[in-house]
Design a protein around this ligand. Structure first.
Ligand SMILES: Nc1ncnc2c1ncn2[C@@H]1O[C@H](COP(=O)(O)OP(=O)(O)OP(=O)(O)O)[C@@H](O)[C@H]1O
Ligand SMILES: [Mg+2]
Length: 227
């Protein structure tokens, strides 16, 4: 077990070092691309400008991927559990996602949530991913994501419900796999969000699943054991 822990830490250090180097190179690509767009756009025809824009977008996506790779690796590292007031955590998430919420006048509502003992960083990561998805994969005039939590004897059961586009039954399990995206052209993202959620939940010793019908919204459930 200790050996495995060491290998994991080595891998994490390696991923961290590589992504640091990748970011430096990527920043250079982005900087030169910006210069090209600023200084030479006028000498290019529409097709040339379109190519530059494609480079810019691909570089942005790569930047997101590198960040998510880092997050994915870091799940292995233990963080201390602390008392977390979930009402306060949800307010923080709403503030972080305020641009997405304001985009189409959506709302995120939560009943009264408990204070639980958990790893704050990962809990925030988990809920942020689910709320972000609920708002993103959503075509309602009034996007709504609801969060609630029920306390059981030995665990907490969470429910994150949205009135979004829903998910076809045959994809319900696949979306928790790394880089699985059902609408790669219509919505932005890297497809890493839910696999990070799953990894966090596995680490905590819980379970995550989804119930959904196409065009009828989705409900993500997860439970986490009390510690
Ligand atoms: N609430 C939801 N409603 C409908 N489809 C969803 C929902 N959540 C996830 N999906 C589907 O599952 C796929 C995987 O979700 P995931 O969060 O892993 O990736 P993403 O949101 O596309 O990218 P990222 O999270 O990296 O920004 C999504 O691309 C989408 O097709
Ligand atoms: Mg996502």
């Amino acid at each position: 077990m200790e050996e495995l822990g060491r290998v994991n830490r080595d891998l994490e250090d390696f991923a961290q070092a590589i992504s640091h180097d990748l970011k430096i190179l990527l920043r250079s690509i982005q900087a030169y691309n910006t210069l090209l767009i600023e200084d030479y756009s006028n000498s290019l025809d529409d097709r040339g400008q379109d190519y530059l824009d494609k480079v810019r977008r691909a570089a942005e996506r790569m930047n997101m991927l590198i960040n998510e790779l880092l997050t994915f690796c870091r799940v292995e590292r233990k963080t201390e559990a602390e008392k977390v007031d979930l009402n306060e955590l949800v307010e923080e998430i709403k503030e972080d996602l305020s641009a997405r919420i304001a985009e189409r006048g959506g709302e995120v509502v939560a009943g009264t949530l408990p204070t639980i003992s958990t790893q704050r960083f990962w809990m925030k990561e988990l809920l942020t991913n689910l709320v972000d998805n609920g708002l993103k994969f959503n075509k309602s005039d009034r996007q709504k994501v609801e969060i609630c939590c029920e306390e059981g004897e030995r665990s907490y059961l969470f429910r994150v419900h949205d009135n979004g586009i829903g998910i076809e039954e045959r994809y319900l399990n696949r979306i928790f796999t790394l880089v699985e995206r059902l609408h790669p052209h219509e919505y932005e993202g890297t497809g890493a969000g839910l696999s990070i959620c799953k990894r966090i939940i596995d680490k905590i010793g819980g379970k995550i699943w989804v119930e959904s019908k196409l065009e009828e919204g989705s409900t993500f459930y997860f439970f986490i054991p009390k510690i």
